[in-house]
Design a protein around this ligand. Structure first.
Ligand code: HPA
Ligand SMILES: [Zn+2]
Length: 341
C-alpha cells in the first residue's frame, strides 16, 4: 500500500466527531425532488441535474439563497427524519461516532411548519441512529442572524417546551452586517437556561466578530473562525484559551473564502497551536461529507501526515459537548487505532 492509501484508511478508521453540520445542508438534490413530489411542491428547477448545476456559489449569500429554497420541501416530521437519517448513514460510513447537528427552525416556522414537527422528526432520526448505527448525536438550535433579536427570542420561546431535545444554541446565516452583539440578550438568556453556546464568526466577517462572540455572547466554540489570522493578537488568544474552531474546508473553498484548498490557512492555524476541528458544514452543497473534507486537506497539504490526522480527530472528540465518560471511551478507542495503524 502507498503512504496515501495507508493515510486514507487511517482517516476513516479514526473515531471522529462532527461539530459543524447544518442538517438542512445535507438535503441531496435527489431527496429534494423526492420530497417535493411527496409534498406536492413545485420546484423552480426542472431536474436534479439543473438543481445541481445551480451550486456554483460566489459567496455565502449566493449559497444561502439556494439553501433556503431547498429547505422549502420539508413539511412533515417524516421529512425531517428521512433527511437526518440519510445523514447519519453517511456519517457512520465515514467513521463519525458523534455528531452535533445544527438546525434552523426559523427557516421552517416562517413557512408555517410547527417547531414540534421539526424537533420531533430530527429527534426520531437521532434515536434511530443511536440504536441502528451506534452513532451518538445532539441538536443545536441556530438563530438566523439576518432576522431580529426579537424573532430569536420568539423562536427560543417556541422551542422551550422541547428543551430536553437540544443541548445548545448557535448563530448562522448572513454574517456581514449582523455582528454577534445583535444577539447579546438572547444568548444571555440561553446561558441562564444552561444551554451550550456557539456562533458562526470569522467566516466572511472580521476578527472583531470572533472577539465579540467570545466576550459578549460567551460562546464555547467558534464556527469557522478562519479569518482570525487577520489579527495575530487574536490567534494568540485562541491558542492560549484553546477555543475550538469548527473549520469547514470544502465549504470555505466553495464559498470563495479561499481560492483553492492549497491556499487555505488550516496548516497555519494548526501550526499556531489552535484547537482546530474539521467539519462538513453543508455537505450536499459543498461537494463532500466529513471524510472527503479530511481527504481534500491531506491531498492539498503535503506537510500533513499521521500526526495531524490523529490530532484533528482527537480535537473533534475533545471539543464536543458529549459527557466526559463518553469522550474518554472514544479517546481510548482513538489511541488504540493510532497505535495499531
Ligand atoms: O456556512 C454557513 N454560514 C452561515 N450560515 C449558514 N447556514 C448554513 N450554512 C452556513
Ligand atoms: Zn455553518
Amino acid at each position: 500500500m502507498t503512504d496515501r492509501t495507508v493515510l486514507s484508511k487511517l482517516l476513516r478508521a479514526l473515531p471522529k466527531a462532527e461539530l459543524h453540520l447544518h442538517i438542512e445542508g445535507t438535503l441531496e438534490p435527489e431527496l429534494i425532488f423526492q420530497l417535493a413530489q411527496r409534498n406536492g411542491i413545485a420546484l423552480s428547477y426542472p431536474s436534479v441535474e439543473a438543481l445541481r448545476a445551480a451550486y456554483a456559489f460566489t459567496d455565502l449569500q449566493s449559497f444561502l439563497d439556494v439553501y433556503y429554497a431547498g429547505a422549502s420541501v420539508l413539511i412533515h416530521a417524516q421529512d425531517f427524519e428521512d433527511m437526518a437519517y440519510a445523514y447519519f448513514e453517511r456519517a457512520a460510513a465515514d467513521g463519525i461516532v458523534h455528531a452535533e447537528l445544527f438546525f434552523d427552525p426559523q427557516t421552517h416556522t416562517e413557512r408555517g411548519v410547527a417547531m414540534v414537527t421539526v424537533i420531533e422528526g430530527l429527534t426520531r432520526a437521532g434515536a434511530r441512529a443511536q440504536q441502528e448505527l451506534g452513532i451518538s448525536s445532539a441538536l443545536i438550535l441556530c438563530f438566523l442572524r439576518h432576522l431580529s433579536e426579537d424573532a430569536a427570542f420568539e423562536t427560543l420561546e417556541q422551542a422551550l417546551p422541547y428543551r430536553q431535545h437540544f443541548i445548545g444554541v448557535g448563530l448562522d446565516s448572513s454574517e456581514r452586517g449582523h455582528p454577534p452583539e445583535k444577539f447579546a440578550r438572547v444568548f444571555a438568556r440561553c446561558r441562564e437556561l444552561g444551554l451550550h453556546l456557539v456562533a458562526h464568526a470569522g467566516e466572511e466577517g472580521p476578527p472583531a466578530y470572533i472577539e465579540t462572540a467570545l466576550d459578549l455572547l460567551k460562546v464555547e466554540r467558534i464556527d469557522h473562525g478562519v479569518r482570525c489570522t487577520d489579527s495575530p493578537a487574536l490567534v494568540q488568544r485562541l491558542a492560549r484559551e484553546q477555543i475550538p474552531l469548527t473549520v469547514c474546508p470544502l465549504s470555505n473553498v466553495k464559498l470563495c473564502v479561499f481560492p483553492q484548498m492549497s491556499e487555505h490557512n488550516l496548516p497555519a492555524l494548526l501550526a499556531a497551536g489552535l484547537k482546530v476541528t474539521l467539519n462538513s458544514d453543508d455537505p450536499a452543497y459543498f461537494g463532500g461529507y466529513l471524510l472527503r473534507n479530511y481527504e481534500a486537506c491531506f491531498e492539498a497539504f503535503p506537510q500533513w501526515g499521521r500526526a495531524e490526522a490523529i490530532q484533528l480527530a482527537r480535537n473533534s472528540l475533545e471539543a464536543s459537548f458529549a459527557a466526559p465518560e463518553q469522550k474518554a471511551g472514544w479517546l481510548q478507542h482513538l489511541e488504540a487505532v493510532a497505535a495499531g495503524a
